[in-house]
Design a protein around this ligand. Structure first.
Ligand code: FES
Length: 151
């Protein structure tokens, strides 16, 4: 067990966990940030996507120690003072979610994409989002929402 101080969603949180604990379980089980989902646990589905220093990361594959020195953002930290981000607004406008389980991860990946590419093409969106799987196949609406958020 080690103590880690995490910079997360604009605040500082301290946890005592085993060194190899994936960030996903620290978020969900120790900090109550359950918007980040467990899907595969193998880095294959994207349900657990968070931002580390603005980059989309699979938190199921990220040992807590590797995240401790960075700035972590989860889906709970995207909106500021109750104001949704353009990506979140676009998700609502296009009624993107079906079952919703993967959508936090989808939004985190889309947000990271738009931070680096303000006008992504369809192929750039598909490439950036290819690691985020959706069993309801909401991919068309996801692409439309990203284009709307990019405007
Ligand atoms: Fe992390 Fe699937 S739960 S990629």
């Amino acid at each position: 067990m080690s103590q880690y101080t995490l910079h997360i969603n604009g605040t500082t949180r301290t946890v005592d966990v085993a060194d190899d604990t994936p960030l996903l379980w620290v978020l969900r089980d120790h900090l109550g940030l359950v918007g980040t989902k467990f899907g595969c646990g193998k880095g294959l589905c994207g349900a657990c996507t968070v931002h580390l220093n603005g980059a989309a990361m699979r938190s199921c594959q990220l040992p807590v120690g590797a995240a401790a020195s960075g700035k972590i953002t989860t889906i709970e930290g995207l909106a500021k003072n109750g104001k949704l981000t353009p990506v979140q607004e676009a998700w609502i406008e296009h009624d993107v979610p079906q079952c919703g389980y993967c959508q936090a991860g989808q939004i985190m990946s889309a947000t990271a994409l738009l931070a680096n590419n303000r006008k992504p093409s369809d192929s750039e969106i598909d490439a950036a989002m290819s690691g985020n799987l959706c069993r309801c196949a909401t991919y068309t609406r996801i692409r439309e929402a990203i284009h709307t958020a990019a405007k």
